[in-house]
Every structure is written in C-alpha cells, then in structure tokens.
Design a protein around this ligand. Structure first.
Ligand SMILES: Nc1nc2c(ncn2[C@@H]2O[C@H](COP(=O)(O)OP(=O)(O)OP(=O)(O)O)[C@@H](O)[C@H]2O)c(=O)[nH]1
Ligand SMILES: [Mg+2]
Length: 451
C-alpha cells in the first residue's frame, strides 16, 4: 500500500470529460512533473487548477487538476484527479505519462480497497458503493445510499453493543459475584437480554427479505397450459411485442424474459412454454425448463382459460405451486365461462381479458398486496440486502439460539461466554472487522477499474 496507484476512473469511450485518478504518497509530485500551470506541491488541499499536461515540449491536453491531500480523501491518501478532454487517445496518453513517472496501474476496486484498509469505510460501506454504482431504480439507490452512509452498519453495531453488554455482565458477576448461585445469575439476568437480542436479530433478518427484494427484484414466472394467453400477458405487462403470440398451441417453446418496475421494485418476468405432454423434442425441453423454474421463482402467475374446463394437468400444476407465492390469472373473460373455479382460493384470482385490455390493474394491485410494496416507500430503506451479510447474521442468530438453550439448561457460564464471543466475531465479519484476503479479492474484483 506504499506505492502510488493510478487509473482512468470514468467509463471508457468518448465523453465530455475523462478523469485520471492518482492516489498515494507520490500522487502530487508525480502529476506535478507533467503539469504546466501552478506548482501543485505548493497549492492548498481541495483546490482545482487549470493548466496543461505536457510531455517534454508537447502539450498533450488542456486540463483541470484537483488536488486533495490526506487524510480527508476517498482513500485517505493524497489524491490528484486530472480532468482531461474525454477522448480515448488523450486520456490513455495522460495515464501512460503518470505511469511513466512512477505510479502503478491500479487494480479493480483498489482505490476503494485502500479506503477500507485505511479504515475510512467498513465492508458494508464497500458493498454500498458497489450497489450505488449498480442501482438502476430509485428504491435500489436509496437502499444502497443507506449502506454507503453507514446506516445499515449501525444495525450491526447496535447488535454488537448488546453482545458486549451481556459479556460485561457475565464478567462482572464472575469477578464480583452478587449472587452465590450462578444459576440465578444466568437465568434472571442474562436470559432476558439474550431474548431481546434474539428478537432484534430476527427482526433485521425478516426485514432483509425486503432488502433482497429491492436489490434483486421479484422473479416472476408465467405458467399454464398452451394457448391460454401467457405470452399475451407478458406483452401487455411489458407494453411491447416481446413474445410471439398466435392461436397455435405450443407457440412459445423456450423461455422469454422481460423486466418491468412496479412501485420501484423490478419484476423479472419469464414467459414459458405451455405445459403439456408432447412428442416434439424441442417443446418437451421447453416444458421441462418451465417446470424447473417453479422452485426458483418468487411469484408464479398461473394462467387459465376462462372458456375451457380445467384439465388434469392443470390440477397437477396447481398442486405443484400451492406452497409458493402464486396468483391465478383467468384470461379470456370476453368468452363464455366454462371454467369451474370452486377449487381456487378466491383471493388469488385475477379476472383478465387481454383482448379487451382488462385485468392488468387488478393484477398489479394483487402483486402490491402480496409483497406489501406500498409499505416499502414508507420505511427508511435501512435493510441488509447482500447475501454475504445476511448469511453471517443468520449464523449469528442460530448460534444465539443455541446459547439460549444452553442457558436454559444451566450450562456453565464460561461456556456461554465463549459462544457469545464467537457471535461478536461473526457480527464483526459483516462489517469487516475481521476478514480474509480471499474475501477481499473476491469483493473488489467486482468493482470497475478506477473505483
Ligand atoms: N378471446 C381472447 N383471446 C385471447 C386473449 N388473450 C390471448 N388471446 C389469444 O389466445 C391465443 C394464444 O395466445 P398466446 O399469448 O400465444 O398464448 P400462450 O399461452 O402464450 O400459448 P403457448 O405459447 O402456445 O403456450 C392467441 O390467438 C391470442 O390472441 C383474450 O383475453 N381473449
Ligand atoms: Mg406463449
């Protein structure tokens, strides 16, 4: 970490401005050697200077240079950013000059890695930065900003504080026992605190479902027998002719995907091959694909034809999805009703006629209710949403439940203490208080160059 790193921080390609970012002890002196304008070694921190990048006597570009001195910078090191005219050749040349003068090309995410290793941000903030970059909806942006700003980390800090409080309690009582009987200590004093912590963890875990939904969207699968109007529904939702629609059963053979955003939550919709027994090899594979997707989906839209009696296959399918989040879309209500509906849960039914553009609003409303989307806007977006942190919190929660059992069984208090320390460490891993190098490499390799 003692060397000075440099990279192009803006997206590659042609743009109005490109930025070459340099960070490290030599950042200012390196840029100063190729900059014609003010002496950058003499300027105050957090100032911008007009001048030229020159190589011997040739002017490479007219630039603005920002000088930011440690420690109040992104990496907590000296940073210089050269704002060049955004052409590919120019920016590349400027970067080459910086490298010639002694900087090393930064690896992906290395600026952010330095910010982490220098202690300016924790691992959750790091994930937040990545999520802000990837955010494509307003809700995702809000979620990511809370991660980046540390609000989400505070959830973990407060859990850790509670663990420490319990540990202190145990130690004080071991050193200066007010109680002669250790069982009284554990059961009366520690147990309620453990239960409180357990509830806190449970709540954060439950709410992380919302976090995951905001981040990953709702995986939605449209299934049903052939010709009921599945592809027509997909097209209507996406407001484009994405899938081919014909009156020939078996039109869709492979899966067709599309995205649309409902109340800020992306729905990834998959239209599938109509489910039926078939001898056609391609269609057969398609049908199997549809069935395999059921388990991976958050929401199943099961489409039926209002005009036809229910088939044995459809009843089987209904059985297969009964433990999932599903809705029953009864399409073609413009035709005579021949479908028996007594076996369906009436709350789950949406009546539709794509031909008459009817039922779409009801469908959206039902999805809103099912996933409580209206409530998301009212909350403050402080949710765990990354798989890594959620799985560590789950581990901590499971461990804590074991601790509770142990206390109830009056296991010696020093054993309990060891387990609580492990929980404290696990929670620490979420924010990166402890980490292994492999995890860091994996995390930062997902960043762009120059970030
Ligand atoms: N009358 C009527 N016809 C409809 C309605 N919705 C779709 N259709 C027609 O039903 C036929 C089948 O529609 P698709 O959307 O291709 O049906 P699908 O379920 O995707 O069929 P496969 O891909 O073969 O499984 C087409 O001719 C549509 O125009 C509706 O609400 N009413
Ligand atoms: Mg289709």
């Amino acid at each position: 970490m003692n060397d000075t790193i440099a990279a192009i921080s803006t997206a590659s390609g042609v743009g109005a401005i490109s930025i070459v970012r340099v960070s490290g002890k030599e950042a200012i002196s390196i840029v100063n050697q190729i900059f014609k304008g003010k002496d950058l070694e003499q300027v105050s921190s957090h100032t911008i200077h007009y001048g030229h990048i020159v190589e011997e006597n040739e002017v490479i570009d007219e630039v603005l240079v920002s000088v930011m001195k440690a420690p109040k910078t992104y990496t907590m090191e000296d940073i210089v950013e050269i704002n060049t005219h955004g052409g590919y050749a120019t920016t590349k040349r400027v970067l080459e000059l910086v490298l010639q003068k002694g900087a090393r090309l930064a690896k992906q995410g290395e600026f952010t890695q330095r910010a982490f290793l220098n202690g300016r941000i924790d691992l959750m903030n790091v994930e937040g930065i990545m999520d802000v970059i990837e955010a494509d909806t307003e809700t995702r942006r809000k979620l990511a900003m809370n991660e980046l700003s540390g609000k989400t980390s505070d959830l973990i800090h407060s859990l850790r504080e509670k663990v420490v409080e319990i540990l202190t309690n145990i130690e004080v009582n071991i050193d200066f026992p007010e109680y002669d009987d250790i069982e009284v200590l554990t059961n009366e004093k520690i147990l309620p605190k453990i239960e409180e912590l357990e509830l806190d963890m449970k709540k954060i875990l439950q709410e992380s479902q919302t976090g995951k939904m905001i981040k990953n969207g709702i995986q939605t699968l449209i299934i049903g027998k052939p010709n009921v109007g599945k592809s027509s529904i997909l097209n209507e939702l996406l407001e484009e002719e994405k899938a081919i629609v014909t009156n020939i059963p078996g039109t869709t053979r492979d899966i067709i995907e599309g995205n649309f955003v409902l109340d800020g939550i992306p729905l990834h919709i998959i239209d599938t091959a109509g489910i039926r027994k078939t001898e056609d090899l391609v269609e057969k594979i398609g049908v199997q694909k549809s069935l395999n997707l059921i388990d991976k989906s958050d929401l199943i839209l099961f489409v039926l034809n209002n005009n036809e009696k229910i088939t044995k296959e459809e009843i089987e399918l209904l059985h297969q999805i009964k433990n999932k989040n599903y809705l029953i879309l009864i399409n073609k209500t413009d035709l005579k009703q021949n479908l028996q509906i007594d076996q369906f849960d009436s709350n789950k039914i949406v009546w539709m006629s794509i031909k008459n553009h009817k039922g779409l609003e009801e469908l959206k409303e039902k999805i809103r209710k099912l996933f409580e989307l209206e409530q998301i806007e009212m909350k403050d977006f402080t949710y765990l949403s990354n798989a890594r942190s959620i799985s560590l919190l789950k581990k901590s929660y499971e461990s804590l439940k074991e601790v509770k059992k142990a206390i109830q069984k009056n296991i010696p208090i020093d054993m309990v203490e060891i387990d609580l320390r492990n929980i404290w460490n696990l929670l620490g891993e979420i924010i990166g208080e402890t980490y292994d190098e492999e995890l860091l490499d994996q995390l930062f390799s997902r960043f762009c160059l120059g970030k």
